[in-house]
Design a binder for this molecule. Structure first.
Ligand SMILES: NC(=O)c1ccc[n+]([C@@H]2O[C@H](COP(=O)([O-])OP(=O)(O)OC[C@H]3O[C@@H](n4cnc5c(N)ncnc54)[C@H](O)[C@@H]3O)[C@@H](O)[C@H]2O)c1
Length: 324
């Protein structure tokens, strides 16, 4: 049994990691300022984790949270390209300054390894696909720059201070509990939520943009593998975490519409600033160094996700005394 600290534990990915680690019998501590996260996401594990409602900007609390911890899974961030464009300063604080405080806290406390939630947005638009870790990054938004800057911070703390760090570049994660109710929500959560409420979702651009949509269980596995993989294979390195397959937004729309028996076509809006055209991961490095293999594909993941949101809608309607 090991002691894990999850930052951003009340968020979509953080809470999924918490459930998996608790189920494996590990000791889990989590911090979150509840800015986009929700304590409801921790309902299943709330009695089994040490939850601390703190901001990563609070240095003394961060140091205290790192005491006695072997592995840190750093998920906390303002995880949105459009939000970083509207309010780059807040995003910079939450994404860069907070990560710096965590690195300092982890180093002082003698944490063994930090696994960092990096982002495929660091690649921007590349001339060729799939995206490989040795490509020159080309971040297109403040968010992408912030996520990339923290990868460099991670690498430097390994090279300079010997703190083991691993950066996992996630490719469009989706699954149960992803927030659907904000203008900044991920595209799959948004499409499902709109269709469930009987409205046609909006596609920004022509719908031919493609993404390597990665089901949450794959991302959880990658994090756990990154903690235990051999130091000489992973420390100071960056790995793509995707599936190696991509789907256009129109294909994604059609699959969700068929699962929900939703017959209307999409609305269209202007392509958004900072959005990339195509995203497809080369996962060979993660396969070799971490033993990572995606086990849940796009369609199976989508079925699980749609059925979770349907269940939520039914529960909500029952509480409000209406039938959806
Ligand atoms: N979801 C994706 O598709 C995706 C893709 C690439 C990378 N990522 C990265 O994965 C991580 C998790 O993303 P998510 O989708 O679960 O987002 P999320 O918004 O659901 O979770 C982020 C959590 O961090 C918390 N948080 C934010 N700032 C904080 C601070 N200063 N102190 C303490 N807590 C803070 C929020 O309250 C929230 O609970 C992020 O770092 C994000 O950049 C996500």
């Amino acid at each position: 049994m090991s002691c894990y600290l999850i930052t951003g534990i009340a968020g979509f990915i953080g809470s999924s990691l918490a459930e998996a680690l608790v189920a494996m019998g590990h000791q889990v501590r989590g911090i979150d300022n509840l800015s986009t996260g929700d304590r409801e996401n921790l309902a299943k594990v709330q009695n089994e984790i040490d939850f601390r409602c703190i901001d990563l900007g609070d240095k003394s609390e961060v140091v205290a949270a790192c005491e006695g911890v072997e592995y840190v899974l750093h998920q906390a961030a303002i995880a949105s390209v459009p939000r970083s464009i509207e309010d780059p300063e807040a995003s910079h604080q939450a994404n860069i300054n907070a990560t710096f405080n965590l690195l300092q806290g982890a180093r002082n406390a003698g944490v063994k390894r930090i696994v960092y939630a990096a982002s495929s947005s660091a690649y921007g638009d590349q001339e060729t696909q799939p995206k490989q870790e040795n490509m020159l990054p080309s971040p297109l938004s403040p968010y992408a720059v912030q996520k990339l800057a923290c990868e460099y911070y991670m690498q430097s703390y390994y090279h300079v201070y010997g703190l083991e760090t691993v950066s996992l570049r996630y490719f469009n994660v989706f699954g149960p509990r992803q927030a659907a109710d904000s203008p900044y929500s991920g595209v799959i959560a948004k499409f499902i939520q709109k269709m469930l409420s009987g409205e046609a979702p909006t596609i920004f651009g022509n719908g031919q943009q493609s993404r390597d949509f990665t089901y949450i269980e794959n991302v959880v596995k990658a994090n756990i593998l990154a903690c235990t993989a051999r130091r000489d294979q992973v420390a100071g390195r960056i790995f793509n975490v995707g599936t190696g397959k991509s789907y256009t937004l129109l294909q994604t729309y059609d699959l969700i519409a068929s699962l929900l028996e939703f017959s209307a076509g999409p609305k269209y809006g202007e392509a958004r600033m900072g959005d990339i055209e195509h995203s497809l991961a080369d996962i060979q490095n993660a396969r070799h160094a971490l033993g990572y293999m995606p086990s849940v594909g796009f369609e199976e993941g989508m079925q699980k996700t749609v059925s979770w949101y349907k269940g939520q809608a039914i529960r909500k309607a029952a509480m409000e005394g209406a039938v959806p």
